[in-house]
Design a protein around this ligand. Structure first.
Ligand code: CA
Length: 505
Protein backbone atom coordinates (compact mmCIF):
# COMPACT_ATOMS: atom_id res chain seq x y z
CA UNK A 1 0.00 0.00 0.00
CA UNK A 2 1.35 3.42 -0.88
CA UNK A 3 1.97 5.89 1.88
CA UNK A 4 -0.88 8.38 2.49
CA UNK A 5 0.12 11.85 1.33
CA UNK A 6 0.46 14.78 3.71
CA UNK A 7 -1.76 17.77 2.98
CA UNK A 8 -0.76 21.39 3.59
CA UNK A 9 -3.76 23.61 2.88
CA UNK A 10 -2.77 27.27 2.89
CA UNK A 11 -5.67 29.69 2.65
CA UNK A 12 -5.59 33.46 2.63
CA UNK A 13 -8.50 35.77 3.32
CA UNK A 14 -9.81 37.86 0.40
CA UNK A 15 -6.87 37.20 -1.94
CA UNK A 16 -8.00 37.80 -5.54
CA UNK A 17 -6.44 35.63 -8.25
CA UNK A 18 -5.38 38.82 -10.03
CA UNK A 19 -2.95 39.53 -7.17
CA UNK A 20 -0.97 36.33 -7.75
CA UNK A 21 1.45 36.87 -10.62
CA UNK A 22 0.98 33.44 -12.23
CA UNK A 23 -2.64 34.43 -12.93
CA UNK A 24 -1.36 37.20 -15.18
CA UNK A 25 -2.90 40.23 -13.43
CA UNK A 26 0.30 42.20 -13.93
CA UNK A 27 -0.02 44.17 -10.70
CA UNK A 28 2.47 42.34 -8.44
CA UNK A 29 5.12 39.63 -8.32
CA UNK A 30 4.64 36.58 -6.12
CA UNK A 31 7.55 34.21 -6.87
CA UNK A 32 6.81 31.70 -4.11
CA UNK A 33 3.11 31.36 -4.89
CA UNK A 34 4.08 31.00 -8.53
CA UNK A 35 6.37 28.11 -7.52
CA UNK A 36 3.31 26.07 -6.53
CA UNK A 37 1.88 26.67 -10.02
CA UNK A 38 5.09 26.04 -11.92
CA UNK A 39 5.73 22.83 -9.98
CA UNK A 40 2.05 21.91 -10.00
CA UNK A 41 -1.32 22.96 -11.37
CA UNK A 42 -3.14 26.29 -11.64
CA UNK A 43 -6.92 26.14 -11.63
CA UNK A 44 -8.56 28.94 -13.62
CA UNK A 45 -12.19 28.17 -12.76
CA UNK A 46 -12.40 27.54 -9.04
CA UNK A 47 -15.45 29.16 -7.43
CA UNK A 48 -16.83 29.92 -4.00
CA UNK A 49 -20.41 28.99 -3.16
CA UNK A 50 -21.01 32.11 -1.05
CA UNK A 51 -18.54 34.93 -1.45
CA UNK A 52 -17.89 35.82 2.20
CA UNK A 53 -15.51 34.45 4.83
CA UNK A 54 -17.57 32.39 7.25
CA UNK A 55 -19.81 30.46 4.81
CA UNK A 56 -16.88 29.66 2.52
CA UNK A 57 -14.94 28.18 5.41
CA UNK A 58 -17.91 26.06 6.46
CA UNK A 59 -18.31 24.73 2.90
CA UNK A 60 -14.63 23.83 2.74
CA UNK A 61 -14.62 22.02 6.09
CA UNK A 62 -17.86 20.09 5.68
CA UNK A 63 -18.08 19.56 1.91
CA UNK A 64 -21.68 20.80 2.00
CA UNK A 65 -23.55 23.87 0.76
CA UNK A 66 -24.48 26.58 3.25
CA UNK A 67 -28.21 25.85 3.40
CA UNK A 68 -27.17 22.37 4.59
CA UNK A 69 -24.38 23.25 7.04
CA UNK A 70 -26.40 26.20 8.34
CA UNK A 71 -23.61 28.76 7.95
CA UNK A 72 -25.33 31.11 5.52
CA UNK A 73 -24.12 34.50 6.83
CA UNK A 74 -21.22 36.01 8.76
CA UNK A 75 -23.31 35.73 11.94
CA UNK A 76 -24.50 32.12 11.69
CA UNK A 77 -21.67 30.15 13.24
CA UNK A 78 -20.82 26.51 12.74
CA UNK A 79 -22.13 23.77 14.97
CA UNK A 80 -18.85 22.02 15.66
CA UNK A 81 -20.54 18.66 16.22
CA UNK A 82 -21.12 18.47 12.49
CA UNK A 83 -18.81 16.01 10.79
CA UNK A 84 -15.97 17.65 8.86
CA UNK A 85 -12.99 16.71 6.73
CA UNK A 86 -10.51 17.03 9.61
CA UNK A 87 -12.52 14.53 11.69
CA UNK A 88 -12.54 12.03 8.82
CA UNK A 89 -8.82 12.45 8.13
CA UNK A 90 -8.07 12.10 11.83
CA UNK A 91 -10.02 8.90 12.17
CA UNK A 92 -8.31 7.75 8.97
CA UNK A 93 -4.89 7.98 10.62
CA UNK A 94 -3.92 11.60 10.08
CA UNK A 95 -2.54 14.08 12.55
CA UNK A 96 -4.46 17.32 12.09
CA UNK A 97 -3.95 21.01 12.89
CA UNK A 98 -5.48 24.37 12.09
CA UNK A 99 -3.50 27.56 12.66
CA UNK A 100 -4.64 31.12 11.93
CA UNK A 101 -8.03 32.40 10.94
CA UNK A 102 -11.07 30.30 11.83
CA UNK A 103 -13.98 32.76 11.75
CA UNK A 104 -16.65 30.13 12.35
CA UNK A 105 -17.48 31.27 15.87
CA UNK A 106 -16.00 31.03 19.35
CA UNK A 107 -16.84 29.11 22.49
CA UNK A 108 -17.41 25.41 23.12
CA UNK A 109 -20.11 25.00 20.47
CA UNK A 110 -18.24 26.69 17.65
CA UNK A 111 -14.51 26.29 18.28
CA UNK A 112 -12.43 24.02 16.00
CA UNK A 113 -13.17 20.31 16.31
CA UNK A 114 -11.43 17.41 14.61
CA UNK A 115 -7.99 18.92 15.13
CA UNK A 116 -5.19 17.51 17.29
CA UNK A 117 -3.86 21.02 17.58
CA UNK A 118 -5.55 24.35 16.99
CA UNK A 119 -4.44 27.91 17.47
CA UNK A 120 -6.78 30.44 15.92
CA UNK A 121 -7.45 34.16 15.95
CA UNK A 122 -10.84 35.22 17.32
CA UNK A 123 -13.09 36.81 14.66
CA UNK A 124 -11.14 38.64 11.99
CA UNK A 125 -7.96 38.71 14.08
CA UNK A 126 -5.40 41.49 14.30
CA UNK A 127 -2.40 42.27 12.11
CA UNK A 128 -0.06 43.10 14.99
CA UNK A 129 0.52 41.08 18.17
CA UNK A 130 -2.59 38.99 17.46
CA UNK A 131 -4.61 37.39 20.22
CA UNK A 132 -4.84 33.66 19.58
CA UNK A 133 -7.02 31.02 21.15
CA UNK A 134 -4.86 27.96 21.43
CA UNK A 135 -6.63 24.75 22.45
CA UNK A 136 -9.16 26.92 24.31
CA UNK A 137 -6.63 29.20 26.01
CA UNK A 138 -6.40 32.85 24.96
CA UNK A 139 -2.99 34.48 24.62
CA UNK A 140 -1.42 37.43 22.87
CA UNK A 141 1.41 36.50 20.51
CA UNK A 142 3.95 39.21 19.64
CA UNK A 143 4.72 39.81 15.97
CA UNK A 144 3.06 40.34 12.60
CA UNK A 145 0.06 38.04 12.01
CA UNK A 146 1.34 36.43 8.80
CA UNK A 147 4.69 35.66 10.46
CA UNK A 148 3.06 34.44 13.67
CA UNK A 149 0.79 32.04 11.76
CA UNK A 150 3.71 30.79 9.67
CA UNK A 151 5.99 30.33 12.70
CA UNK A 152 3.31 28.37 14.52
CA UNK A 153 2.63 26.23 11.46
CA UNK A 154 6.30 25.34 11.04
CA UNK A 155 6.67 24.71 14.77
CA UNK A 156 3.74 22.29 14.62
CA UNK A 157 5.27 20.48 11.64
CA UNK A 158 8.52 20.22 13.57
CA UNK A 159 6.86 18.81 16.69
CA UNK A 160 4.40 16.48 14.97
CA UNK A 161 4.24 12.73 15.39
CA UNK A 162 6.36 11.64 12.42
CA UNK A 163 4.81 8.20 12.28
CA UNK A 164 1.56 9.65 10.93
CA UNK A 165 0.63 11.56 7.79
CA UNK A 166 -0.44 15.15 8.51
CA UNK A 167 -3.17 17.56 7.51
CA UNK A 168 -2.31 21.19 8.21
CA UNK A 169 -4.68 24.07 7.57
CA UNK A 170 -2.62 27.27 7.62
CA UNK A 171 -5.11 30.13 7.39
CA UNK A 172 -3.78 33.63 7.01
CA UNK A 173 -5.56 36.74 8.21
CA UNK A 174 -4.06 38.75 5.35
CA UNK A 175 -4.93 40.32 2.98
CA UNK A 176 -8.24 41.08 4.75
CA UNK A 177 -9.08 44.75 5.34
CA UNK A 178 -7.75 46.91 6.94
CA UNK A 179 -4.70 45.87 4.93
CA UNK A 180 -1.94 46.60 7.44
CA UNK A 181 1.43 45.69 5.92
CA UNK A 182 4.52 44.58 7.80
CA UNK A 183 6.61 47.72 8.52
CA UNK A 184 9.40 46.40 6.29
CA UNK A 185 7.01 46.40 3.32
CA UNK A 186 5.51 49.84 3.86
CA UNK A 187 7.60 51.41 1.10
CA UNK A 188 6.94 48.80 -1.57
CA UNK A 189 5.20 49.94 -4.77
CA UNK A 190 6.41 53.48 -5.28
CA UNK A 191 5.01 53.43 -8.83
CA UNK A 192 1.33 53.75 -9.72
CA UNK A 193 -0.66 50.52 -9.94
CA UNK A 194 -2.66 50.29 -13.15
CA UNK A 195 -6.33 51.13 -12.86
CA UNK A 196 -8.85 48.53 -14.12
CA UNK A 197 -10.79 49.52 -17.22
CA UNK A 198 -14.12 49.19 -15.40
CA UNK A 199 -13.08 51.50 -12.54
CA UNK A 200 -15.52 54.22 -13.64
CA UNK A 201 -18.36 51.78 -14.33
CA UNK A 202 -21.75 53.52 -14.63
CA UNK A 203 -23.64 50.24 -13.87
CA UNK A 204 -25.88 50.60 -16.90
CA UNK A 205 -27.22 47.40 -18.49
CA UNK A 206 -27.05 45.61 -15.14
CA UNK A 207 -29.41 44.69 -12.32
CA UNK A 208 -30.04 47.44 -9.77
CA UNK A 209 -27.84 45.62 -7.23
CA UNK A 210 -24.64 46.82 -8.91
CA UNK A 211 -25.48 50.52 -8.64
CA UNK A 212 -26.86 50.15 -5.11
CA UNK A 213 -23.87 48.39 -3.56
CA UNK A 214 -21.91 50.50 -1.11
CA UNK A 215 -18.52 49.07 -2.00
CA UNK A 216 -17.12 51.89 -4.09
CA UNK A 217 -13.53 52.90 -3.48
CA UNK A 218 -14.44 56.51 -4.31
CA UNK A 219 -17.36 56.81 -1.90
CA UNK A 220 -17.34 54.00 0.65
CA UNK A 221 -13.77 53.38 1.79
CA UNK A 222 -12.99 54.50 5.36
CA UNK A 223 -10.18 56.17 7.23
CA UNK A 224 -9.35 52.88 8.94
CA UNK A 225 -9.28 51.04 5.61
CA UNK A 226 -6.55 53.31 4.34
CA UNK A 227 -4.62 53.85 7.60
CA UNK A 228 -5.39 57.56 7.67
CA UNK A 229 -6.39 60.16 10.23
CA UNK A 230 -7.46 63.79 9.91
CA UNK A 231 -5.23 66.58 11.23
CA UNK A 232 -6.16 68.11 14.57
CA UNK A 233 -8.42 71.06 13.92
CA UNK A 234 -8.31 70.29 10.20
CA UNK A 235 -11.11 71.48 7.96
CA UNK A 236 -14.09 69.14 7.86
CA UNK A 237 -15.41 68.76 4.37
CA UNK A 238 -18.54 67.17 3.02
CA UNK A 239 -21.93 66.13 4.31
CA UNK A 240 -20.56 63.23 6.33
CA UNK A 241 -18.50 65.63 8.38
CA UNK A 242 -21.05 65.58 11.17
CA UNK A 243 -20.15 61.97 11.99
CA UNK A 244 -17.76 61.42 14.86
CA UNK A 245 -14.43 62.66 13.64
CA UNK A 246 -12.50 60.13 15.70
CA UNK A 247 -14.38 57.19 14.24
CA UNK A 248 -11.91 55.53 11.86
CA UNK A 249 -14.79 53.49 10.38
CA UNK A 250 -16.14 56.74 8.99
CA UNK A 251 -16.05 57.15 5.22
CA UNK A 252 -13.60 59.59 3.71
CA UNK A 253 -15.56 62.53 2.28
CA UNK A 254 -15.52 62.86 -1.46
CA UNK A 255 -17.70 65.86 -2.37
CA UNK A 256 -17.37 68.00 -5.49
CA UNK A 257 -15.09 70.47 -3.81
CA UNK A 258 -12.30 68.88 -1.80
CA UNK A 259 -9.89 71.79 -2.02
CA UNK A 260 -7.86 71.94 1.15
CA UNK A 261 -8.67 68.46 2.45
CA UNK A 262 -5.70 67.10 4.37
CA UNK A 263 -5.17 63.51 5.45
CA UNK A 264 -2.37 62.06 7.53
CA UNK A 265 -0.74 58.64 7.40
CA UNK A 266 -1.35 57.21 10.87
CA UNK A 267 2.00 55.39 10.95
CA UNK A 268 4.46 57.80 9.34
CA UNK A 269 2.77 61.16 9.88
CA UNK A 270 3.05 61.97 6.18
CA UNK A 271 0.51 64.65 5.17
CA UNK A 272 -1.46 64.49 1.92
CA UNK A 273 -3.30 67.53 0.56
CA UNK A 274 -6.01 67.42 -2.11
CA UNK A 275 -7.27 70.00 -4.55
CA UNK A 276 -9.64 68.05 -6.77
CA UNK A 277 -12.06 65.18 -6.50
CA UNK A 278 -10.07 63.26 -9.17
CA UNK A 279 -6.89 63.58 -7.12
CA UNK A 280 -8.64 62.17 -4.08
CA UNK A 281 -10.19 59.25 -6.00
CA UNK A 282 -6.85 58.40 -7.58
CA UNK A 283 -5.20 58.55 -4.16
CA UNK A 284 -7.79 56.24 -2.58
CA UNK A 285 -7.39 53.61 -5.30
CA UNK A 286 -3.60 53.67 -5.21
CA UNK A 287 -3.47 53.68 -1.43
CA UNK A 288 -5.92 50.76 -1.23
CA UNK A 289 -4.13 48.65 -3.83
CA UNK A 290 -0.68 49.30 -2.44
CA UNK A 291 -1.68 48.43 1.12
CA UNK A 292 -3.41 45.28 -0.12
CA UNK A 293 -0.44 44.16 -2.23
CA UNK A 294 2.04 44.91 0.57
CA UNK A 295 0.22 42.50 2.89
CA UNK A 296 0.42 39.87 0.14
CA UNK A 297 4.18 40.32 0.04
CA UNK A 298 4.35 38.73 3.52
CA UNK A 299 2.09 35.86 2.47
CA UNK A 300 4.30 35.13 -0.51
CA UNK A 301 7.35 35.09 1.76
CA UNK A 302 5.51 32.79 4.17
CA UNK A 303 4.60 30.32 1.43
CA UNK A 304 8.26 30.27 0.41
CA UNK A 305 9.22 29.34 3.98
CA UNK A 306 6.72 26.47 4.04
CA UNK A 307 7.88 25.13 0.67
CA UNK A 308 11.50 25.38 1.79
CA UNK A 309 10.71 23.53 5.01
CA UNK A 310 9.10 20.67 3.11
CA UNK A 311 12.05 20.52 0.72
CA UNK A 312 14.64 20.57 3.51
CA UNK A 313 12.83 17.80 5.39
CA UNK A 314 12.44 15.59 2.38
CA UNK A 315 8.67 15.94 2.47
CA UNK A 316 8.07 17.57 -0.92
CA UNK A 317 7.32 14.44 -2.93
CA UNK A 318 4.69 13.10 -0.61
CA UNK A 319 3.05 16.35 0.43
CA UNK A 320 0.14 18.00 -1.36
CA UNK A 321 0.48 21.78 -1.11
CA UNK A 322 -2.55 23.94 -1.87
CA UNK A 323 -2.82 27.70 -1.95
CA UNK A 324 -6.22 29.32 -2.14
CA UNK A 325 -8.33 32.11 -0.65
CA UNK A 326 -11.75 31.93 1.02
CA UNK A 327 -13.08 33.97 -1.93
CA UNK A 328 -11.92 36.52 -4.45
CA UNK A 329 -12.00 40.30 -4.10
CA UNK A 330 -12.66 43.40 -6.15
CA UNK A 331 -9.49 45.38 -6.77
CA UNK A 332 -11.13 48.42 -8.34
CA UNK A 333 -13.13 46.50 -10.96
CA UNK A 334 -16.53 48.19 -11.30
CA UNK A 335 -15.09 50.82 -8.96
CA UNK A 336 -15.34 48.40 -6.01
CA UNK A 337 -13.45 46.88 -3.13
CA UNK A 338 -14.89 43.92 -1.13
CA UNK A 339 -16.62 40.76 -2.40
CA UNK A 340 -20.17 39.22 -1.85
CA UNK A 341 -21.21 39.25 -5.49
CA UNK A 342 -21.24 36.49 -8.04
CA UNK A 343 -19.41 38.76 -10.45
CA UNK A 344 -16.19 37.10 -11.48
CA UNK A 345 -13.59 38.97 -9.39
CA UNK A 346 -15.17 38.00 -6.07
CA UNK A 347 -16.67 34.66 -7.20
CA UNK A 348 -13.39 33.20 -8.45
CA UNK A 349 -11.02 31.69 -5.90
CA UNK A 350 -7.34 31.36 -6.76
CA UNK A 351 -6.41 27.68 -6.48
CA UNK A 352 -2.88 26.34 -6.89
CA UNK A 353 -1.92 22.74 -6.12
CA UNK A 354 1.40 20.96 -6.06
CA UNK A 355 1.56 17.17 -5.82
CA UNK A 356 4.45 15.62 -7.73
CA UNK A 357 3.00 12.11 -7.55
CA UNK A 358 -0.04 13.02 -9.65
CA UNK A 359 0.35 16.49 -11.13
CA UNK A 360 2.53 17.30 -14.12
CA UNK A 361 4.45 20.52 -13.32
CA UNK A 362 3.28 23.72 -14.96
CA UNK A 363 -0.18 22.49 -15.95
CA UNK A 364 -3.42 24.51 -16.05
CA UNK A 365 -6.93 23.21 -15.42
CA UNK A 366 -9.87 25.10 -16.94
CA UNK A 367 -12.62 22.80 -15.66
CA UNK A 368 -15.04 24.25 -13.10
CA UNK A 369 -14.37 23.25 -9.48
CA UNK A 370 -15.91 24.63 -6.29
CA UNK A 371 -14.90 25.03 -2.65
CA UNK A 372 -17.58 22.46 -1.72
CA UNK A 373 -15.46 19.90 -3.64
CA UNK A 374 -12.31 20.32 -1.54
CA UNK A 375 -13.21 18.00 1.36
CA UNK A 376 -14.16 15.08 -0.90
CA UNK A 377 -10.97 15.60 -2.90
CA UNK A 378 -8.77 15.49 0.22
CA UNK A 379 -10.40 12.27 1.41
CA UNK A 380 -9.99 10.73 -2.04
CA UNK A 381 -6.30 11.67 -2.13
CA UNK A 382 -5.87 10.22 1.37
CA UNK A 383 -7.37 6.93 0.17
CA UNK A 384 -10.34 7.29 2.52
CA UNK A 385 -13.98 6.84 1.68
CA UNK A 386 -16.09 9.93 0.98
CA UNK A 387 -19.16 10.03 3.24
CA UNK A 388 -22.49 10.24 1.48
CA UNK A 389 -23.56 13.47 3.26
CA UNK A 390 -20.83 15.37 1.42
CA UNK A 391 -22.26 17.23 -1.57
CA UNK A 392 -18.97 18.08 -3.25
CA UNK A 393 -17.30 15.69 -5.68
CA UNK A 394 -13.63 14.72 -5.72
CA UNK A 395 -11.78 16.38 -8.57
CA UNK A 396 -8.75 14.15 -8.12
CA UNK A 397 -9.02 12.81 -11.71
CA UNK A 398 -8.52 16.36 -13.03
CA UNK A 399 -5.03 16.34 -11.53
CA UNK A 400 -3.92 13.80 -14.11
CA UNK A 401 -5.92 15.36 -16.94
CA UNK A 402 -8.91 13.00 -16.72
CA UNK A 403 -12.49 14.10 -16.20
CA UNK A 404 -14.31 12.73 -13.17
CA UNK A 405 -17.52 10.80 -13.76
CA UNK A 406 -20.64 13.01 -13.70
CA UNK A 407 -18.54 16.19 -13.87
CA UNK A 408 -20.97 19.04 -14.57
CA UNK A 409 -18.65 22.07 -14.84
CA UNK A 410 -21.23 24.06 -12.91
CA UNK A 411 -20.65 26.29 -9.90
CA UNK A 412 -23.57 27.39 -7.73
CA UNK A 413 -23.49 30.59 -5.68
CA UNK A 414 -25.89 31.97 -3.10
CA UNK A 415 -25.52 35.09 -1.00
CA UNK A 416 -28.07 35.59 1.80
CA UNK A 417 -27.11 38.81 3.60
CA UNK A 418 -29.56 41.07 1.81
CA UNK A 419 -28.57 44.72 2.12
CA UNK A 420 -26.24 44.31 5.08
CA UNK A 421 -25.50 47.57 6.83
CA UNK A 422 -21.99 48.16 5.56
CA UNK A 423 -22.11 47.04 1.92
CA UNK A 424 -25.78 47.07 0.90
CA UNK A 425 -25.17 44.02 -1.34
CA UNK A 426 -28.36 42.37 -2.58
CA UNK A 427 -29.15 38.69 -2.01
CA UNK A 428 -28.96 36.45 -5.05
CA UNK A 429 -28.33 32.96 -6.34
CA UNK A 430 -27.15 31.63 -9.67
CA UNK A 431 -24.91 29.33 -11.61
CA UNK A 432 -21.95 29.58 -13.90
CA UNK A 433 -20.66 27.09 -16.41
CA UNK A 434 -17.59 27.58 -18.59
CA UNK A 435 -19.41 29.97 -20.94
CA UNK A 436 -22.37 31.66 -19.24
CA UNK A 437 -23.42 33.04 -15.88
CA UNK A 438 -27.03 33.29 -14.75
CA UNK A 439 -27.90 35.34 -11.64
CA UNK A 440 -31.26 35.75 -9.93
CA UNK A 441 -31.48 38.77 -7.65
CA UNK A 442 -34.29 37.64 -5.41
CA UNK A 443 -33.64 40.47 -2.95
CA UNK A 444 -35.03 38.97 0.25
CA UNK A 445 -33.48 39.12 3.68
CA UNK A 446 -35.73 37.03 5.93
CA UNK A 447 -34.97 37.39 9.61
CA UNK A 448 -31.41 36.15 9.45
CA UNK A 449 -28.88 38.15 11.45
CA UNK A 450 -27.15 40.89 9.54
CA UNK A 451 -29.81 41.19 6.84
CA UNK A 452 -32.62 43.54 5.85
CA UNK A 453 -36.05 42.71 4.56
CA UNK A 454 -36.53 42.93 0.83
CA UNK A 455 -39.06 44.87 -1.16
CA UNK A 456 -36.87 45.61 -4.16
CA UNK A 457 -37.89 44.34 -7.57
CA UNK A 458 -36.52 40.94 -8.45
CA UNK A 459 -34.24 40.75 -11.47
CA UNK A 460 -32.36 38.26 -13.63
CA UNK A 461 -28.98 38.65 -15.24
CA UNK A 462 -27.24 36.58 -17.89
CA UNK A 463 -23.64 37.19 -18.91
CA UNK A 464 -21.80 35.73 -21.86
CA UNK A 465 -18.44 35.28 -20.13
CA UNK A 466 -16.65 34.65 -23.41
CA UNK A 467 -17.89 37.72 -25.29
CA UNK A 468 -18.21 39.93 -22.24
CA UNK A 469 -15.57 38.87 -19.68
CA UNK A 470 -15.87 42.20 -17.85
CA UNK A 471 -19.59 41.52 -17.25
CA UNK A 472 -20.88 44.86 -18.48
CA UNK A 473 -23.90 43.67 -20.50
CA UNK A 474 -26.81 41.78 -19.06
CA UNK A 475 -28.18 39.84 -22.05
CA UNK A 476 -31.02 38.11 -20.19
CA UNK A 477 -33.69 39.92 -22.26
CA UNK A 478 -31.75 39.73 -25.53
CA UNK A 479 -33.65 37.56 -28.05
CA UNK A 480 -30.35 36.19 -29.33
CA UNK A 481 -29.86 34.50 -25.95
CA UNK A 482 -33.37 33.12 -25.55
CA UNK A 483 -32.31 29.49 -25.83
CA UNK A 484 -29.33 30.08 -23.52
CA UNK A 485 -31.67 31.52 -20.89
CA UNK A 486 -33.86 28.42 -21.12
CA UNK A 487 -30.87 26.10 -20.88
CA UNK A 488 -29.21 27.95 -17.99
CA UNK A 489 -32.49 28.26 -16.07
CA UNK A 490 -32.95 24.50 -16.35
CA UNK A 491 -29.38 23.92 -15.15
CA UNK A 492 -29.99 26.21 -12.17
CA UNK A 493 -33.23 24.45 -11.36
CA UNK A 494 -31.60 21.03 -11.55
CA UNK A 495 -28.67 22.14 -9.44
CA UNK A 496 -30.95 23.51 -6.71
CA UNK A 497 -32.96 20.31 -6.74
CA UNK A 498 -29.80 18.21 -6.56
CA UNK A 499 -28.40 20.05 -3.54
CA UNK A 500 -31.80 20.63 -1.93
CA UNK A 501 -31.81 24.42 -1.91
CA UNK A 502 -35.17 26.18 -2.04
CA UNK A 503 -35.89 28.47 -5.02
CA UNK A 504 -37.55 31.86 -4.44
CA UNK A 505 -40.76 32.53 -6.32
CA1 CA B 1 -12.71 36.42 3.22
Amino acid sequence: MSKQPNIVFIMADDHAAKAISCYGGGINHTPHLDRIASEGMRFDHCYVTNSICTPSRAAILTGTYNHVNGVTTLDTHINNRLPNVAKHLRSGGYQTAIIGKWHLGEGKEHEPSGFDFWSVVPGQGEYFDPTMIEMGVEKEVPGYATDVITDKSLAWLESRDQSKPFFLMCHHKAPHREWEPHPKNRDLYQHDIKVPETFNDNYKNRAKAAAEAKMRIKDDITYADLGLVQPEGGAEIGERATANKNDTRRKIPNPENVSGLRLIDKDTGEVFTFHTNEELSHFKYQRYLKRYLRTIESIDESVGRVLDYLEEHNLSDNTIVIYTSDQGFFLGEHGWFDKRFMYEESFQMPFLMRYPREITPGTVCDRVICNVDFAATFLDLAGLSIPSYMQGISFRPLLTGKTPKHWSDIAYHRYWMHRDRDHNAYSHYGIRNQRYKLIYWYNEGYDLPGTNHGGEDREWELFDCEKDPLELFNVYADSEYESVVIEMTALLDNKMAEIGDEPEH
